[in-house]
Design a protein around this ligand. Structure first.
Ligand SMILES: NC(=O)c1ccc[n+]([C@@H]2O[C@H](COP(=O)([O-])OP(=O)(O)OC[C@H]3O[C@@H](n4cnc5c(N)ncnc54)[C@H](O)[C@@H]3O)[C@@H](O)[C@H]2O)c1
Length: 291
């Protein structure tokens, strides 16, 4: 059965970003009232202001600040009296290699990608229980089930989030809240563009990146048919899950994919250049600043 978005109150964290803003547009076009939550208040308000329909809210909130998350839910409670869907979508990654990273940056990435969605879900439960059909969906990643040598901290955070969401999904369903995760692979958003120009993880470019609309479709499918996990690219996720049956073979298998990934990343950078989003500066790539 199709999920009925009409009048549903849906909060999306990281809502001003590539995937988050695409989610808000899809939900709002179905008739939902969206709360766009982002550390960048101006962009959150811009996204909320451009959504079809009325009664959307753009809220500035640092999701690493637990007091601000409490204030966020107070605000949603005052405005709507309940929360129907919480989408934990906020996330970050870094191209700094593990042997060079400073400790605070490791802690920050784990805190934002793993601890913060758990705290947000925990603090949102009171308002979710006021809904007749409460849901929680987290944007995990294929990096939550398959290792990426270049981004071990991101992997740690997403493996952790995946495990937590599977567990929460099992626990909360008995208490009336349906929770699950969407697992995208490389998706064409500001996050991936930053990673590509900074020379990040090329292994994820085996195929051209998917679009935010693909991740949105997987999220909507989870609302239509609640389950623990939805994969934005099912074939790719199946191969990753299969390979994880024998992780000791990965050092032998992965070098075969390196060349293809490197070439895929160059093709993606050239595509960004054609779209006016990236440019070459000397021997380096850089993003073209947004106007
Ligand atoms: N883009 C990809 O290739 C990809 C692949 C798999 C999973 N994901 C996951 O999808 C989710 C969305 O990623 P995206 O690609 O749209 O990224 P994005 O960088 O476009 O958006 C992330 C948003 O989070 C906001 N944000 C950052 N720190 C914050 C904080 N402390 N408090 C509140 N907001 C904060 C940013 O301002 C930004 O608007 C993330 O969880 C990411 O890990 C992305």
């Amino acid at each position: 059965m199709s999920y009925d978005f009409r009048d549903k109150v849906i909060a999306v964290t990281g809502g001003a970003g590539g995937i988050g803003s695409a989610m808000c547009h899809r939900f709002a076009s179905g008739g939902a009232q969206c709360v766009v939550v982002d550390i960048d208040e101006a962009r959150a308000q811009k996204v909320a202001g451009e959504l079809p329909g009325a009664r959307h809210l753009g809220v500035g909130c640092d999701l690493l600040n637990w007091t601000q998350i409490e204030q966020l839910f107070e605000r949603i409670g005052e405005e709507y009296g309940r929360l129907d869907v919480l989408v934990n979508n906020v996330g970050m990654t870094s191209t700094e290699r593990f042997d060079e990273r400073d400790i605070p940056s490791i802690e920050r990435e784990i805190a934002l990608n793993m601890t913060s969605p758990l705290v947000t879900t925990r603090l949102g439960i009171g308002l979710l229980w006021k809904s007749r059909d409460p849901r929680v969906i987290s944007t995990v990643s294929l990096a939550g089930l398959f290792p990426q040598g270049e981004t071990p901290v991101y992997c740690a955070s997403k493996f952790g989030l995946r495990g937590a969401m599977l567990s929460i999904g099992l626990d909360l369903r008995e208490k009336g809240i349906l929770a699950g995760s969407v697992l995208p692979s490389a998706t064409d958003t500001p996050m991936l563009r930053r990673e590509a120009v900074d020379g990040g993880n090329s292994m994820q470019f085996q195929e051209p990146p998917q679009q935010p609309s693909d991740v949105v479709a997987a999220t909507v499918s989870m609302l239509d048919k609640p389950r623990l996990e939805a994969y934005a690219r099912p074939r790719e996720s199946f191969s990753a899950r299969l390979a994880m049956l024998l992780p000791n073979l990965l050092p032998k298998i992965l070098p075969f994919f390196r060349k293809r990934g490197d070439a895929g990343m160059v093709r993606y950078l050239e595509d960004l250049e054609r779209r006016g989003l990236a440019r070459r500066n000397g021997g380096r790539w850089e993003l073209v600043p947004e106007r």
